[in-house]
Design a protein around this ligand. Structure first.
Ligand code: CUA
Length: 320
């Protein structure tokens, strides 16, 4: 996995940005060398020595022309080059293979796949995910960003530029990976306590494997949306649980507590209650600290109605 480093581009847009960076950097180094070189040379050559009287000069057309014309030409070229690159970077629509909607909220992301049969779930909704986006390699993916609460910012440095997600507005960005892999990103606008944990993972699949990935993801998501356990699912995703726990295939992407994607297949709960069954899960959710003093999992007895806890447990038991 490449480090999340803007100068290690793995896609067309990121390449464009780092090209621009290196051109500007190289020119800056040349200018720096000339200025510091001339300064050092003059400082040594014309330093004060006994008996020496400095020669006074007033105006030099040649010198003044050089230091006016050269920087002007440089700035104009940088502007033209940036303009040309920005047109490419900002063009989210030309040849975009699909659009994924991105919503930031304190402190996680929700990714909604396009309304295509490939991403359709049995209940008529489309596939959603928290934290991770899966894309095909070599295709331009348009992202439409917005935010629920405060301004967040989406940035996956290996794949492209940075874009703010603003409440009440839609902004757009595109990313493209030119090789399969996992690319890390991060919310880059300070958005409160959990800002540092607002991570993004982009997984790029070879094009011929993408449909298979989508099929598995849709099957998993369908399993999590069984109408019989829908109430528990909703309670889990909209309540406190999702703030701490991740369940892959849903928008729950909390990082504080353990991941629960396959909790029903685990040998025990938090290492203290075994097996994972309705009775033990119910006890745990009611009063986790009584089984494991010091656990971050709070007591929900009296906080959530017993019926809600039962529904949540029913849903957790489907997470095999
Ligand atoms: Cu969201 Cu920082």
């Amino acid at each position: 996995m490449p480090g999340p480093w803007p100068l290690d581009p793995r896609g067309a847009q990121a390449e464009s940005i780092s090209f621009l960076y290196w051109v500007l950097f190289a020119c800056a180094v040349v200018v720096l060398a000339i200025v510091v070189g001339a300064l050092t040379y003059s400082g040594i050559k014309f330093r004060d020595r006994p008996g020496r009287v400095a020669q006074q000069t007033h105006g030099s057309n040649t010198l003044e022309l050089i230091w006016t014309v050269v920087p002007t030409l440089m700035v104009i070229s940088f502007t033209a080059l940036s303009w040309e690159r920005l047109n490419f970077i900002n063009d989210v629509n030309t040849n975009a293979a699909m659009t994924i909607k991105v919503e930031g909220q304190q402190w996680s992301w929700t990714f909604t796949y396009p309304d295509q049969s490939m991403f359709k779930l049995k209940d008529g909704t489309v596939l959603q995910a928290g934290e991770q986006i899966d894309i095909p390699v070599g295709q331009k993916i348009k992202l439409e960003l917005t935010a629920k609460d405060v301004i967040h910012s989406f940035w996956v440095p290996n794949l492209g530029g940075k874009k703010d997600a603003v409440p009440g507005h839609t902004t757009s960005l595109w990313i493209e990976a030119n090789q399969p892999g996992t690319y890390k990103g991060q919310c880059t606008e300070f958005c409160g306590d959990g800002h540092a944990d607002m991570l993004i993972t982009v997984v790029a699949h070879p094009q011929n494997e993408y449909a298979t990935w989508a099929m598995t993801a849709v099957t998993d998501a369908d399993r999590l949306r069984d109408p019989a356990t829908a109430a528990g699912r909703t309670a889990f995703l909209t309540g406190a649980c999702a703030g701490c726990h991740t369940v892959k295939g849903t928008t729950a992407a909390g990082k504080v507590g353990p991941e629960l994607t396959h909790i029903a297949s685990k040998p025990n709960i938090a290492g203290v209650l075994s097996p994972v069954n309705q009775e033990n899960l119910t006890k745990w959710v009611h009063n986790a600290p009584s089984f494991k003093p010091g656990t971050l999992m709070p007591k929900f007895d009296g906080v959530l109605p017993d019926q809600t806890i039962d529904q949540i447990v029913q849903w957790l038991l489907t997470l095999k």
